[in-house]
Design a protein around this ligand. Structure first.
Ligand code: PLP
Length: 380
């Protein structure tokens, strides 16, 4: 059954047919299973087989062929508790010019984020971050008793480093920066960022989340991984195989830190990275072609959406990631709901921007053309 046919059935066909995008089909009564699927969709839960997924910043092409081969070749080891991560750790260390003692493997970079959040919350204290930003570390730290000091982004919609500096308190244990940020895919000036990170790291942990590093085009950007090689004790950087390598479902990501911090993070981890994730990531990081392909396609998709914004006069943030942030001028929940009627999942609410901005993840160019077609039909 084609994806479109599934969507027609799921939605009774009326929404797409009404827009003239597909021929009308008779309305099909929903079975209990379909109702379940529909409620799952209403909750924004993943149903990758029939929805255009523009809500979770995933790579629509992954895993790569070499990663899939590695998964197949190692399937017979699924009876084992874990694989040997050492070759992967060596590879990741080499690629990033650090030592193996600097590298932490997590079940997704989320595990690294959560462990760091726990470290920062040990004696309660506070964490300073931009607002809006990615929430995983912050939620974890908050549930462990830390107070989160959220500093609104500035007028150019970038983290406001001066205001963040001013927000640091006596009890601040960590400063958390996401660069490029999420949900706003802007980047910070590299020199300003480096200066800020070094200054903050004198007395606090600084966590720099670089989940979207590989997509960056802005020449002003600098990764902070170089600071790990320089031996700074209070800096942690994270990266992930979920985005550019398309391995989100296998849950594997990386932290980079001073060997003592890395050892502590390893002790605090609660997940076990499994053999298929390790082998798939190892194969994928050896292959330059798939990331290059992903970057090219992502750029193509971004252009389709940015062209639409230009044409309709919509403000948007020039993206350095695999998603864009658009000022639609409408409640995000309404945009989400209308898009869902057309089989498209877009980003959740990101307060305080949810009154007029929406985050749209990039999928394949053909899906983005469909998104543009639907957007214009509905809102232009
Ligand atoms: C900024 C940021 N950091 C981390 C993550 C989590 O990535 P992972 O799949 O490696 O846990 C995401 C996921 O969307 C993200 O946007």
């Amino acid at each position: 059954m084609s994806a479109l046919t599934r969507r027609q059935i799921l939605l009774g066909g009326t929404a797409l047919a009404a827009a003239g995008l597909i021929p009308a089909i008779p309305k099909t009564p929903l079975t209990p299973a379909m109702k379940l699927m529909q409620s799952a969709l209403a909750d924004d839960i993943a149903r990758p087989d029939y929805m255009v997924r523009l809500g979770a910043n995933e790579n629509p092409y992954g895993p790569s062929r070499v990663a899939l081969k590695a998964i197949n070749d190692n399937m017979h080891l699924a009876n084992r508790y874990s694989g040997d991560p050492r070759p992967l750790i060596s590879l990741i260390a080499d690629i990033n010019n650090v030592t193996t003692e600097n590298v932490v493997i997590g079940t997704g970079s989320s595990e690294v984020l959560k462990v760091a959040g726990m470290m920062a919350a040990r004696d309660q204290g506070s964490i300073v971050c931009a607002d809006p930003t990615y929430q995983s570390l912050l939620r974890h730290a908050e549930s462990a008793g830390a107070e989160i000091i959220r500093v609104p982004v500035n007028e150019s919609l970038r983290p406001d480093l001066d205001a963040m500096r001013a927000a640091v308190r006596e009890d601040t244990n960590m400063v958390y920066l996401v660069n490029p940020n999420n949900p706003i895919p802007s980047v910070l000036n590299g020199n300003a960022m480096r200066e800020f990170v070094l200054e903050m790291a004198r007395d606090h942990l600084v966590f720099v989340d670089e989940a979207y590093h590989e997509y960056v085009e802005d020449p002003d950007y600098q990764s902070m991984i170089g600071l790990i090689a320089e031996g700074h004790r209070n800096i942690i950087v994270s990266r992930t195989a979920s985005k550019i390598h398309g391995l989100a479902g296998l849950r594997i990501g990386f932290g980079f830190a001073h060997p003592e911090q890395a050892a502590q993070m390893n002790r605090m981890k609660t997940g076990d990275t499994h053999v298929l994730a390790i082998e798939a990531a190892h194969a994928s990081y050896l292959d330059p072609e798939f990331p290059a392909f992903s970057i090219r396609k992502n750029k193509e998709s971004r252009k389709i959406v940015e062209d639409m914004c230009e044409e309709l006069g919509l403000r948007y943030v020039k993206s350095n990631a695999n998603f864009t942030f658009i000022e639609t001028g409408m409640q995000n929940s309404m945009v989400q709901e209308k898009m869902r009627e057309f089989g498209i999942l877009t980003g959740r609410d990101f307060p305080p921007f949810h009154d007029s901005w929406s985050r749209v993840s990039m999928s394949k160019p053909e899906e983005m053309r469909y998104f543009v077609q639907v957007y214009k039909q509905l809102f232009a």
